[in-house]
Design a protein around this ligand. Structure first.
Ligand code: FHN
Length: 616
């Protein structure tokens, strides 16, 4: 155990011409060493003809584990944990904060570095942390690799401001490696939180040296990917901020996504890699809140603290109850989202016992009577309206009605139907009581014959006969005509069949190598063949303009040039019928996106798949 941290050295800057583009299309910065052969070759520099959208996050194999697992553990752990949420200033006043304590309590950098040098999380026990997550039913982990204070929790080579070189911790240990080993052994996915905003790096605040910071950031992210193979990167600190000024831009976010997917095409990335727009990363990140209904155009994950702090604060005993945690989890799953619930280990590396206890209660509920089926792999259903007495999620041909307000004896639970389906059987998970199902008004009355199965939530498993579906489609996509102008003028410069309308051109891409990244237009034509006789909601995610016709009726008309934007329109379609479709899309300047999604009471939100699209 080394007794003193190495003297703090200026950050490592690779001696290389700054003007070189990174092989993977990253920012203008010094040349990076080529990606090691063990990984897919880094993406070549993007440009006209590039579409960065490689799959549909709503249905891709790449995101399948994330969409199935639903429930993750957030871990905020860093040099700030060493202060346990409290700092006494020289004037004797006591200041309280957790992971923002350095900045919010005005701790001088030298003093913060000095306290970090005593940080010794010797009790960090990766197996215990993974066990706590498993006992909670949390199926993935996201740990802070680097928070805003810039302190790296792994032996980075980019600087000495890290747990290996600047602490009292055993220099032979690597807590991220320990956590990776324990998570892999337990079948739990591991992700890293990484703050773009860096209060410590001397090159962060100055526009002239910000490229050097980005170079080190790219270097650190490559270390994390190469050394620990995370399934997910959870970016943060992307917002416009001061002290220090945050220069991160949308173009930086676009470049970084291209770079990361060049290193690992399987990686899942959140929307804070950019500026939390609907086109950034793979999922949105509502924080300390749960969207009231399903989110349009992007997967989402609600992150929350278990008390009132992300980092450890020894005085914060305002813990959420297991009932609140279970209800939040059910709300999130029934709206098609994920739930990332936080723990803040103390200065020794231990998760507070009250956190462990509450999480264990949650895990017990999930494990009992198969109640977790209402969450894992379950999601939003448009077949019914959200009820006042609980939540309803769907997995295959089973609806999970999770009741948090159990009715008085003989009083029915009413379920409003939004499409014609039948309930063929109903039972209460963990109970032999009968459930009477009767058609009633605009839906069904469900009348249980006994008591709730517990204090948290009781789950009714409703097996349904879903609405009739048309057979599998044999579509190949839509005819796409693209012009090297934004007015569809003259002969098209490119004519193809696009398997889906899923375009993320960002700043540098376009429909074809012969079409510049700005001032172009595309018209898709053909027909769309739905599976169900239902009202379909078409959702476009566009930048700059979009118009959508179904059977020559204008369904979306978004012609004022805009940044990344969601538009929706609903039209009743007939199962198996080929409805005419036309989409007119224009790109003026800057970023360019056009995605076409759909959903219906029976159809979860997705990019309209190739099999349902027929070219002219
Ligand atoms: O500033 C951070 C905060 O410390 C914490 O990490 C949360 C968790 O998502 N994110 C930022 C606040 O939005």
């Amino acid at each position: 155990m080394h007794s003193r941290p190495k003297p703090f050295r200026a950050p490592v800057v690779l001696a290389a011409p700054v003007a070189l583009l990174l092989a993977a299309g990253g920012p203008v910065a010094a040349a990076h060493p080529p990606a090691p052969a063990t990984r897919p070759p880094a993406r070549t520099a993007a440009g006209p003809g590039t579409n960065h959208a490689t799959d549909d996050p709503f249905t891709a194999a790449r995101t399948s584990w994330w969409r199935q697992d639903r429930f993750g553990m957030f871990i905020h752990f860093g040099a700030y944990s060493n202060l346990e949420g409290e700092y006494t200033r020289p004037d004797g006043t006591v200041c309280r904060n957790a992971e923002w304590i350095e900045r919010e309590c005005g701790i001088p950098a030298a003093e913060y570095e000095k306290q970090a040098a005593t940080f010794d999380p010797s009790a960090f026990d990766a197996e215990a942390i993974v066990r706590a997550a498993k006992d909670a039913g949390q199926r993935y982990l996201v740990i802070t690799a680097k928070h805003h204070d810039g302190y790296a929790m792994w032996p980075t080579k980019q600087n000495t401001w890290n747990l290996r070189d600047h602490s009292a911790f055993d220099p032979h240990r690597d807590i991220l490696a320990e956590l990776k080993k324990a998570a892999d052994a337990a079948g739990i996915k591991l992700g890293f939180y990484y703050s773009i905003w860096d209060w410590h790096d001397p090159d962060f605040a100055d526009p002239a040296t910000f490229p050097r910071y980005k170079q080190r950031m790219y270097g650190q992210l490559k270390e994390l990917i190469d050394n620990y193979d995370p399934a997910l990167l959870w970016f943060d600190g992307e917002w416009d901020a001061e002290r220090p000024a945050n220069r991160w831009s949308r173009r930086d976010g676009a470049d970084l996504q291209a770079y990361l997917h060049g290193l690992n095409p399987r990686l899942i990335v959140n929307n804070r890699v950019g500026k939390r727009e609907v086109v950034d990363g793979d999922f949105g990140t509502p924080e300390q809140e749960i969207p009231a209904e399903p989110v349009d155009g992007q997967l989402w994950e609600s992150c929350m603290t278990l008390n009132d702090h992300w980092g450890f604060a020894r005085y914060d005993t305002h813990w959420k109850s297991p009932a609140t945690v279970v209800r939040n989890l059910l709300d999130v799953a029934s709206r098609g989202g994920n739930y990332l619930l936080n723990v803040g280990p103390d200065k020794y590396g231990r998760i507070p016992q009250p956190s462990v206890d509450r999480l264990r209660e949650t895990g017990r509920w999930l494990a009992a009577h198969g109640q977790g089926d209402a969450v894992y792999g379950a999601g939003y259903t448009g077949l019914v309206a959200a009820p006042p007495w609980g939540t309803v999620s769907r997995r295959g041909d089973v609806l999970y009605a999770a009741v948090t307000s159990w009715p008085a004896a003989g009083t029915p639970l009413h379920l409003t139907a939004r499409a014609p389906f039948d309930i063929t059987s109903a039972r209460v998970a963990g109970s032999s009581q009968r459930v009477r199902v009767a058609r009633s008004g605009d839906g069904f009355d469900l009348t249980p014959s006994g008591a709730a199965t517990g204090p948290l939530a009781s789950v009714l498993r409703l097996t349904i006969e879903p609405p009739a579906a048309a057979p599998a489609g044999d579509g190949t996509g839509l005819t796409a005509r693209s012009w090297a102008n934004d007015s569809f003028s003259g002969p098209p410069a490119a004519v193809t069949v696009d398997p889906t309308v899923n375009k993320s051109y960002r700043f540098d891409g376009s429909p074809d190598a012969g079409i510049p990244a700005d001032h172009f237009s595309t018209r898709w034509t053909g027909s769309v063949q739905p599976r169900f006789d239902e009202p379909y909601t078409f959702t476009t995610v566009s930048d700059d303009t979009v118009r959508l016709w179904i059977d020559d009726r204008l369904v979306i008309d978004s012609t004022t040039p805009h940044g990344p934007k969601v538009d929706k329109g609903t039209v009743v379609l007939k199962a198996g019928h080929r409805h005419r479709i036309r989409i007119d899309y224009t790109e003026r300047t800057g970023e360019a996106y056009l995605k076409l999604l759909w959903s219906s009471p029976s159809q979860a939100q997705e990019i309209v798949p190739r099999s349902r699209l027929h070219a002219d």
